[in-house]
Write a protein that binds this ligand. Sequence first.
Ligand SMILES: *Cc1c(COP(=O)(O)O)cnc(C)c1O
Length: 481
Amino acid sequence: MDLWQQNRLRQLPSVDEVMRQEKIRELLKEHPRSLVLQEIRTALDAYREKICLAQSEQFEGTDLTDNIIEEILTGVLVRNVPNLRPVINATGVVLHTNLGRSVLSEKALQNMLDVAGGYCNLELDLATGERGSRYAHVAKLVNRITGGEACLVVNNNAAAVLLALSTMAKGMEVPVSRGQLVEIGGSFRVPEVMAQSGARLVEVGSTNKTYSRDYERAIGPETALLLKVHTSNYRMVGFTHETTSRELVELGQKYNLPVMEDLGSGFLTNLSPWGIDDEPTVQAVLKAGVDVVTFSGDKLLGGPQAGIIVGRREYIERMKVNPLTRAIRIDKMTLAALEATLRDYLDPEKAIEKIPTLRILTMSREELRKRARSLRRSIVKAVGNLADVNLEDGTSQVGGGALPATELPTTLVVIRPSEMPVHQVVTNLRQGIPAVMARIHADRVILDPRTIMENEFPALANALKAVLALAGKDSGGAING
Ligand SMILES: *Cc1c(COP(=O)(O)O)cnc(C)c1O
């Protein structure tokens, strides 16, 4: 070891000395002592190692303590970033289950804050002072919007299906088309959920064709209900036949059996002017006479994660007293967000403006082009010649197991980095703060402005700049990092 190295090592402050520094004392007011201590030790160890490994005098004229304190400050801040945190969704997948599905409206957020930041009338009837029902806050709204008779909301649609089947068909048989034994992902598979509920699945028809008479042949003394499952994340095309909700209802009436439909997405509004018409609405299914309909709160409905069950009062009342309901019950924050979202549906045109999921789905081509140009400008300004940035026509996806065959035209921002491989750009973007999820296509980084909030453009441009500026810094010279 050289003499300068020995000198530098002696100059390193002790843990106690660092603790006494003004900036660190400030830090301790906000952050746990154990965390600060850990960061001090990490920073001191790192500097000790840097000094020992250095080939030549590296810290000439720098105040080691100042540098170390800066590192500690950054270290503590980075560690204090929550694990569950915002992500910029540049994928163009509107309902991305891994990214939390629907973005909530302003009103939904405000309602959550108001309700969760203090006490609320979750289970209190303010008019009578008696105990109230938590479901009452949204039930009337759901009925009014969908035309249903009664409603119950639970944790998610998987729970809704489980509860409905467990209440109406436990120990009994339920015929389901072989074309509808759906897997949604994340372990929701119709045969398995049915087994869990205690209902016995009776497969009817074939993969591509199931007629009313197939269900009819399966009906016997053990049959509890007829179930239709919406093939929400795939479509069957070609030589196919599906029994309609109406046909199942007619069959149910003939044999005095209820009909249940797991609709998946809670599509509540008409988006056909925007080319989105490949999805049945809850209203249409109820109108066809289906007795019980289940759907998600955070798919096409655009609200928080929830499972909504709408239908005939007699069945909903039986579900309410099923002990399972208590295990899958909805919390006050979700109810607050759901009520606010549903209120927007009372005026369907406003719903499209105010509910982010619907707004994002119905964004016009001109608006998308405008956003793409604006995003490109921000990026070009930030990254300079570190990348080539262009616009290109492309498509966005609905995602979230909805409208699998619908492609939404968009304008993409396409980035060709000058020096860094695209997979490295995408990885670094994902690992940054804020995290950015981008796509790769044909060896370019693809950003879809449809799912990026406008107020995220500057942060995204800066994130790209920070990532691209790392090019070439990985090989050698790590000590200066
Ligand atoms: C998405 C979906 C589910 C599961 O809903 P979650 O709200 O994610 O629990 C169940 N059935 C169908 C048909 C679906 O599309």
